[in-house]
Design a protein around this ligand. Structure first.
Ligand SMILES: *[C@@H]1O[C@H](CO)[C@@H](O)[C@H](O)[C@H]1NC(C)=O
Ligand SMILES: *[C@@H]1O[C@H](CO)[C@@H](O)[C@H](O)[C@H]1NC(C)=O
Ligand SMILES: *[C@@H]1O[C@H](CO)[C@@H](O)[C@H](O)[C@H]1NC(C)=O
Length: 451
């Protein structure tokens, strides 16, 4: 039940909350497992042949490759040389932009979830799709760090032992607030375009009958007329429909204040100008930015452990999630789509993330039916070896271009407006040419979302 409360705490409205509560207990598992899943820090630490790389790979592939190769001798000395993080400077730049922004906000009380640790005097604003499970485990780690020296990294904390805190922070919007003044306050952000794509691919495209039946069905009914084809369970929500529904939710936000946590803005969820954050980490720089937090709290044992095996742990964890949950839900999934299609969706998801190359999934329907989870994992690992890290990194960028090229230009313009403050305050490009101008000019069409 705790996890349900946690999902609810990210949602502003009670109606959605009830929706989550009403779905089966499997929904709880869904949330635990899928809460943020793998994230896409492929950019940020996958050069050594590891598979996915998420939260936790503590080394960047830029700048400090030698350290990993050298860790036997000087792991502890070398962490000092990890690329410095820009997160404190970003927080300072953010705070200078705030007075202008705050003056435009209506004054009203807002109440939102935060995670704190009083001993370490640290406060964090959790966001969906941004390594939230990782940070939940991290805060659990802080509680046992001094007591139990056999626990070194967030991965040593079992997921079920890491319920998010229920602590909430009340602020007056439009005003600077002094709560938790003595705490080191931080959040993590990510390019909104990449985040939205990742939410769609991980939660709604990848096989997940629980989200299909609840979220997707509702969205499909909004945008498709009676008589138009609707797949059983709502498994066929298109990306462009997802964008339309985000825009609709954000338009309504001004009246009734409801968006799902996956498409909530950072600004709306974490109130960056009211809470004067000390550190703004970026998912794109997860290794160096998360290392900064470990250093700040002098968690030497963690840094050492993550340096030695952080990427491997993150990869295993991420791949486990991607493959384990669908196998766990095989029966439910098969009431919605054929199992062969489910495996193909997982395959495409891994291609979109640049985990594997463009080799098609070569299983017949019958072979798919009988393949075990371990065999499927092995197939993924073998396929990955066929392409280089650089090729897959480019493929990942091409997939984003291709998928956004399917969205109507008007909807893209509306999306910009919905996330305008996030782009401005956190220094992301609001109109990247590969989404707005060049569109498909630079890539060959592949069909990443075609099944
Ligand atoms: C990652 O960090 C580097 C240096 O700290 C910075 O120059 C770069 O802009 C950051 N990446 C993003 C996406 O902000
Ligand atoms: C420390 O953590 C390990 C791993 O979770 C556990 O097996 C052990 O019982 C813990 N020790 C103490 C003293 O709590
Ligand atoms: C992944 O799954 C395997 C097999 O179920 C398990 O042994 C391993 O500990 C898991 N890895 C992580 C990081 O959870």
């Amino acid at each position: 039940m705790k996890m349900v409360c946690c999902c609810c705490s990210y949602k502003r409205n009670r109606g959605k909350c009830k929706l989550v509560l009403l779905t089966s207990s499997l929904c709880i598992i869904t949330w635990i497992i899928l809460y943020d899943q793998i994230d896409d820090t492929l950019n940020d630490g996958n050069k050594h042949g590891y598979l996915l790389g998420d939260a936790g790979g503590i080394l960047d592939h830029q700048g400090n490759i030698d350290i990993a190769q050298d860790h036997h001798n000087k792991a502890m000395k070398s962490y000092v040389t990890v690329k410095p993080s820009d997160g404190e400077n970003l927080a300072k730049r953010l705070n200078t932009k705030c007075s202008n922004y705050l003056s435009k906000l209506p004054k009203r009380h807002a109440n939102f979830p935060v995670t704190t640790n009083l001993e370490y005097k640290i406060m964090f604003c959790p966001m969906c799709k941004l390594a939230s499970t990782y940070w939940t485990r991290f805060f659990k780690l802080l509680e046992v760090y001094k007591k139990n020296s056999s626990i070194s990294t967030p991965y040593d904390i079992p997921l079920k032992k890491a319920p998010p805190t229920k602590q909430r922070l009340t602020i007056l919007t439009g005003d600077k607030n002094t709560n938790f003044e003595s705490h080191y306050k931080f959040l993590f952000v990510r390019d909104p375009y990449a985040r939205i794509l990742s939410a769609y691919v991980d939660k709604l495209f990848a096989p997940n009958p629980f989200f299909w039946k609840s979220l997707c069905r509702k969205m499909i009914n909004l945008f498709r007329n009676e008589g138009e084809y609707k797949a059983p369970c709502g498994s066929d929500l298109q990306f462009k429909e997802y964008i339309k529904s985000i825009n609709t939710a954000h338009t309504r936000l001004y009246n009734r204040g409801t968006v799902d946590c996956h498409d909530e803005t950072f600004t709306g969820a974490c109130h960056p100008c009211e809470v004067q954050y000390d550190f703004v980490g970026k998912m794109e720089n997860f290794s160096s930015d998360s290392t900064h937090i470990f250093k700040k709290l002098q968690l030497t044992r963690s840094i050492e452990a993550l340096q030695n095996k952080g990427k491997q742990l993150a990869d295993d964890d991420a791949l486990n999630d991607t493959v384990t949950s669908p196998f766990l839900w095989k029966n439910e999934i098969k009431t919605c789509i054929p199992w062969h299609e489910a495996l193909n969706r997982i395959w495409k998801k891994l291609q979109i993330r640049g985990v594997i190359g463009k080799q098609p999934l070569s299983l017949t329907a019958d072979e798919a039916e009988h393949i075990t989870q371990q065999e499927f994992l092995d197939l993924i690992k073998q396929t990955q070896k066929l392409t280089s890290y650089e090729e897959r990194k480019k493929q990942r960028h091409d997939a984003l271009i291709e998928i956004y090229s399917q969205v109507d230009q008007n909807d893209l313009e509306m999306l910009k407006k919905s996330f305008k403050d996030d782009f401005e305050l956190f220094e992301y490009d609001i109109s990247p040419s590969y989404i707005f101008n060049d569109r498909m000019k630079t890539v060959d069409y592949y069909g990443y979302l075609e099944l």
